[in-house]
Design a protein around this ligand. Structure first.
Ligand code: PLP
Length: 495
């Protein structure tokens, strides 16, 4: 039986997994969700001895049911290969009785690689299955990490083009250099004058523009998305939560069936939603703990049931979480409303027009799986320094948000379950913030001297992704105003 997908804003129409991946966003502006979340059909005991690739197959085949075994295994093999600097793909590191699930061993040293190394293969396979003749144009808004991971994934993939929009002045130096030095004839990178939310809204508006879609079709193009709204990103992210649980079992850190907690540094709500899906599939996860930085719209939401984006947008040292409209939350809203597309549409409409909505009491009651916390900028710095001084382990600013929230949660709740922290970026990606947290003296250093110092301090070799950009040529210099994104896309494509 094929698992079908529906839009969070329309109860009637269903599409296959490959159609949902191709489209990215539903025509009505909603997000695709499976009509039900499938259970794992392998036991925890079987999972325990699987490789990352085997785990990926066991999880993904439950969701992408219109892919053949061969197609899916092929996508997995191409994605999780030597682009990752460790065979484990996502190592689980125990530090001070907490487990850090290191999701940054891929090509661009952030967790976005976990999904974006496979998305291009899922997408081109989906295009073949659906007889798509147009060239697929991937449009991506990035708060820093998605952009590079998508560029790396799609560069020179036949039948695709990729255009990435990032907020000028809103990303770290390494993040920016990684993007503007990207090679590949089918890649474009545009700095927009605005923040991430502007970039994301601009991309969404392009997707929702039906006239433009017709024009593109005539010119032989169709849009798709590499943002975490694409179900082809969400599904691969479920894998590493299943894998982490299996590793804990294999290492005899937990007994079979023992519940664990998961803490996720959150921005667009994609990563933590994947953990929620892993739980629904049958992995014994008790609490999903949502960690925010000073842009704590999600913390407030879980406290009060009110989502209110009307607030100051704060630029923090964990820029990949500087987000006030968490797109993937819509999928959770739809689910806690009992798959009520009408109710969800109403709330999303309120978000669009007033910037705020409030859950019903029934919906609030369905949020029991979640806890939430946030960390201030000062707390992030302190956490990086404290963990380094106590253990020698160096974490990045995003992971530090989660580590701080984890500590607060354990202290307040007295919940002593084993806890996995999603470690979402290599400290090398945010070298300045990390090093100055450890010691203010490092602030005087140039970017690459900082990186060399980080190698000494952390005792972890400089990743390839960083060595690569040390002397790389800048290839992309396009900029545009946030309200000129559509024109820019047309110019790039020559339409
Ligand atoms: C994207 C990102 C996040 C936020 O993940 P979401 O899925 O958007 O919630 C956290 N940390 C890093 C390093 C990221 O790149």
């Amino acid at each position: 039986m094929n698992l079908l997908y529906k839009s969070t804003r329309n109860a009637d129409k269903t599409v296959t997994a490959s159609e949902a991946i191709l489209k990215g966003l539903a025509d009505d502006g909603g997000l695709f969700v499976p009509v039900n979340i499938p259970k794992l059909d392998v036991s925890l005991d079987e999972l325990k001895d699987m490789t990352y690739q085997e785990t990926a197959y066991s999880v993904m085949k439950q969701f992408l049911t219109d892919f053949t075994k061969e197609e899916l295994e092929n996508c997995i093999a191409k994605a999780y290969d030597s682009k990752f600097d460790t065979e484990e793909i996502a190592p689980l590191v125990k530090v001070d009785n907490t487990y850090y699930l290191e999701l940054f061993h891929g090509a661009t040293i952030a967790f976005k690689d976990m999904a974006l190394s496979i998305l291009p293969h899922l997408l081109t396979t989906s295009a073949k299955k659906n007889n798509v003749k147009n060239e697929i144009v991937i449009l991506t808004a990035t708060s820093g990490d998605t952009g590079k991971a998508a560029l790396a994934g799609f560069a020179d993939v036949e039948g695709t083009r990729i255009i990435v929009f990032y907020p000028k002045n809103g990303v770290s130096k390494v993040q920016e250099l990684q993007m503007v030095t990207q090679k590949g004839a089918n890649t474009s990178v545009v700095a927009i004058h605005g923040n991430f939310d502007c970039a994301q809204s601009g991309v969404k508006a392009i997707f929702e523009n039906k006239e433009l879609a017709k024009e593109m079709d005539v010119a032989g193009f169709q849009f798709s998305s590499a943002n975490s709204i694409n179900i082809g990103r969400l599904v691969p992210q479920i894998v590493y939560y299943v894998y982490a649980y299996a590793k804990l079992l294999q290492n005899e850190e937990i007994a079979e069936g023992e519940e664990i907690n998961v803490v996720v540094p959150t921005g667009n709500f994609g990563n933590i939603l994947a953990a929620y899906f892993a739980k629904q599939m049958g992995i014994p996860i008790a609490k999903l703990i949502c960690a925010s930085n000073e842009n704590k719209v999600l913390f407030d939401f879980f406290q009060t049931g009110v989502y209110d984006k009307n607030r100051e947008f704060i630029l923090t040292n964990s820029p990949s979480m500087d987000i006030l409209i968490s797109s993937n939350l819509e999928r959770l809203i739809y689910m806690i409303a009992g798959q009520d597309a009408e109710k969800n549409s109403e709330l999303m409409q309120a978000l669009k027009s007033q910037g705020v909505y409030e859950l019903t009491e029934d919906m609030k009651a369905n949020l029991g799986d979640f806890a939430a916390g946030y960390a201030t900028e000062a707390e992030v710095k302190e956490t990086i320094a404290d963990i380094y001084k106590a253990t020698g382990y160096v974490i990045d600013t995003h992971t530090a948000v989660a580590a701080k929230v984890c500590k607060d949660y354990q202290k307040e709740s007295k919940d002593a379950k084993k806890t996995v922290i999603a470690s979402t970026a290599s400290p090398y990606k945010f070298a300045r913030s990390v090093m100055t947290s450890i010691d203010g003296k490092y602030d005087a250093l140039e970017e690459f001297d900082l990186i060399d110092s980080l190698e000494v301090v952390s005792n972890v070799a400089i990743p390839n992704a960083v060595e690569e950009i040390r002397n790389a040529k800048i290839l992309h210099t396009l900029e545009c105003d946030a309200d000129k994104m559509e024109e820019t896309v047309k110019e790039i494509l020559g339409v």
